[in-house]
Design a protein around this ligand. Structure first.
Ligand SMILES: *Cc1c(COP(=O)(O)O)cnc(C)c1O
Length: 350
């Protein structure tokens, strides 16, 4: 039987978490003199002098309704990046445990592992950017705590095969993290509804991409109530600030507007992919389930530098293994996409 407490570091299992003023009294009162706040106000039109809800309860209620899961299955982080770091800190003993990643993938898994002094084992993706299941299995040992899967994957843009992810979930005794930062742009459906079936599943999502709220720093980890409670013990008490909580609560009313943007972005992505395919030195346009496209182009690094001189910044992935000569291109506005296409024509006609 999978039990997340068996995987938890001893110091975390035995931890008495910080108890904030807002933890010890959270009811209605007339006078709050318990948190050393400034009772006179803030030097702003709107006041932020009170500490925010450490448990983000209003947000979790609303997210629970939108995602059709229980509020107890939701952890909110200061960006997914905080969720990633907390997973290492809760489950990986520095200098002893290890985790597996499948590069090329999101860089923060490895950075976070290094910061926490946790060994990283790599099972590179196959040529079609799918999981190498045999290699993955060979890397697992008794100290493997987490397997990181990113689907749709950054920077390749493809979704991982669902059957492969299910196979990892079924056969691995540690925690499987499925990072779904780009799920809103994908043809694949989310793994959220599988939480009941897999007690070892953690699904990461974020408001930074499809929701257009990267500046607010709002990431979510969905998991069993037990895993969520372990993350809650370790997080900073007030990790989601008051302004972000209020703004996200308002934004979550606008699911329709976000779905409209997703449709437009997906249409522009597919049109843009067609344009790239017709370009002379483009060697491959990889299929994308995300809001960016990976393009293999001759002299990628020179193209990147040329576009910089035109004021256009892409992500140069040409020195990343399996992404040789590749640029990662985010779908922009119609106008930005046209500027990019025109600048690339200038490159071909120089
Ligand atoms: C952009 C991205 C995130 C988002 O991180 P935030 O900290 O929530 O902005 C997470 N995972 C992947 C793979 C990403 O590309």
């Amino acid at each position: 039987m999978f039990n997340p407490y068996d995987l938890t570091r001893n110091n975390i299992r035995n931890l008495t978490p910080y108890s904030s003023a807002r933890d010890e009294f959270s009811g209605e009162a007339k006078v709050f003199l318990d948190a050393n706040e400034n009772s006179l106000g803030s030097p702003l039109l709107k006041w932020y002098n009170r500490y925010p809800d450490p448990h983000q309860q209003a947000l979790k209620q609303k997210l629970a309704a939108i995602k059709a899961i229980a509020a107890e299955q939701i952890f909110i982080g200061n960006g997914s990046d905080e969720c990633i770091d907390l997973l290492f800190r809760c489950f990986c003993e520095p200098g002893k445990d290890n985790v597996i990643i499948c590069p090329p993938t999101y860089g923060m898994y490895e950075v976070s592992a290094s910061i926490n002094d946790v060994e990283i084992r790599k099972a590179p993706l196959l040529d079609d950017f799918q999981l190498n299941m045999i290699h993955l299995e060979q890397l697992v040992d008794a100290n493997t705590k987490l397997i990181w899967l990113c689907s749709p994957n950054n920077p390749t843009g493809n979704s991982l095969n669902r059957a492969d992810i299910e196979s990892v979930l079924n056969n691995f005794n540690g925690i499987v993290v499925v990072d779904e930062a780009y799920i809103n742009f994908a043809r694949q459906r989310s793994f959220l509804q599988e939480l009941g079936e897999y007690p070892n599943l953690v699904v990461l999502q974020t408001l930074s991409k499809a929701w257009g709220l990267a500046g607010l720093r709002f990431g979510m980890a969905f998991a069993s109530a037990e895993i969520v409670s372990i993350l809650n013990k370790v997080k900073p008490p007030y990790n989601i600030n008051q302004a972000t909580q209020e703004l996200v609560l308002t934004a979550l009313e606008e699911v329709g507007q976000v779905n409209d943007m997703i449709r437009i972005l997906v249409d522009m992505r597919d049109a843009l992919a067609g344009v790239f395919e017709s370009m002379p030195t483009v060697e491959k346009v990889y299929p994308s389930d995300a809001n960016f496209i990976l393009v293999k182009i001759r002299d990628a690094h020179e193209v990147y530098n040329f576009l910089l001189t035109k004021g256009i910044v892409l992500r140069d992935r040409s020195n990343v293994k399996l992404c040789e000569d590749c640029l990662r291109i985010t779908v922009g506005t119609e106008k930005e996409n046209t500027l990019l296409i025109d600048a690339m024509s200038d490159w071909f006609n120089r």
